[in-house]
Write a protein that binds this ligand. Structure first.
Ligand code: SAH
Length: 225
C-alpha cells in the first residue's frame, strides 16, 4: 500500500470498530501520525497499535484516541484540558475540534518534542505546560472537557473541580483496589450541580499517572527553578 493511503485505511479500520463521529474520523485522517512516532516505528505509524515513545511512555492506539475523543463530545467553542501530552498525538487530534487545548506533561523532553510538532503542524490552539497534571491547570480552569491519558486509581477531586457544571472528564482508571495495568477501564465523569456521576466504559491498558515531575540534570549555566 502506498504511504498516502495509510491514513484512509486507518480511518476505515476505525469505522469498522464502531467509531462513527465524522469530525473525529477526519481529525484522525488529517493528523500525520508518522510525525508523532519514533524513527524505528515509522513503518507501523498508521497501524492501529500503541507504540513506545521516549521516557518509557507510549503513544496510544489510534482506536483508543478516536474512542476517547468521540466520547468526550468536544464542541467548537470548548476549552479542553489533557493530562499526559506524551507524543502530542491526542492533543493534535483534539485541536481542530475545539477552541483551545491545554496539555500538561511531567517529562520535559516529551513536551519539547510535542511542542515542535504542534509548531510544524501550525496547531496554534494548543498550549503546553510542564508539571504535575494531577494538579490540573487551575489558572485556566474551568474546562469544558478533561482527558487523562494516563491511568489513575481514583479520579482526582482536583481535576473534577476544574470542570464546568455539565462538563465531561474521561480517564483510564484501575479502581482503588486493583491498581494493575491489566484491569483498567475508561471512566466517564460528568460534573453535575451537586457533585459528579461516573460511568464505566471499555477495558484499556494505559501507563500509570505518576505524581510530581522527574528530576532533571541541568547544565551549570541554567537557573534552577
Ligand atoms: N496523549 C499521549 C499519550 C501519552 S502516555 C499521546 O497521544 O502520545 C501518558 C503520558 O502521561 C506520558 O507521557 C506520561 O509521562 C504522562 N504523565 C504521567 N503522569 C503524569 C502527571 N502526573 N502529569 C503530567 N503527565 C503525566
Amino acid at each position: 500500500m502506498s504511504d498516502d493511503h495509510r491514513p484512509i485505511a486507518l480511518v476505515m479500520a476505525l469505522r469498522g470498530q464502531g467509531i462513527t463521529d465524522q469530525r473525529v474520523l477526519s481529525a484522525i485522517e488529517r493528523t500525520p501520525r508518522e510525525m508523532f512516532v519514533e524513527a524505528p516505528f515509522l513503518s507501523t505509524a498508521y497501524e492501529n497499535i500503541a507504540l513506545p515513545i521516549a521516557c518509557g511512555q507510549t503513544i496510544s492506539q489510534p482506536y483508543i484516541v478516536a474512542y476517547m475523543t468521540e466520547i468526550l463530545a468536544v464542541e467548537r467553542q470548548h476549552r479542553v484540558l489533557e493530562i499526559g501530552t506524551g507524543s502530542g498525538y491526542q492533543a493534535a487530534v483534539l485541536a481542530p475540534l475545539c477552541r483551545m487545548v491545554y496539555t500538561v506533561e511531567r517529562h520535559r523532553p516529551l513536551l519539547k518534542s510535542a511542542e515542535a510538532r504542534f509548531r510544524a503542524l501550525k496547531l496554534h490552539n494548543i498550549v503546553v505546560r510542564h508539571g504535575d497534571g494531577l494538579q490540573g491547570w487551575p489558572e485556566q480552569a474551568p474546562f469544558d472537557r478533561i482527558l487523562l491519558a494516563a491511568a489513575v486509581s481514583t479520579i482526582p477531586q482536583a481535576l473534577i473541580s476544574q470542570l464546568k457544571p455539565g462538563g465531561v472528564l474521561i480517564a483510564p482508571s484501575s479502581g482503588p483496589h486493583e491498581f494493575h495495568r491489566n484491569s483498567q477501564h475508561l471512566v466517564k465523569v460528568v460534573r453535575t450541580d451537586g457533585g459528579a456521576t461516573q460511568e464505566k466504559l471499555i477495558a484499556v491498558a494505559f501507563v500509570p499517572m505518576l505524581p510530581g515531575v522527574p528530576q532533571e540534570t541541568r547544565k551549570p549555566d541554567e537557573n534552577p527553578k
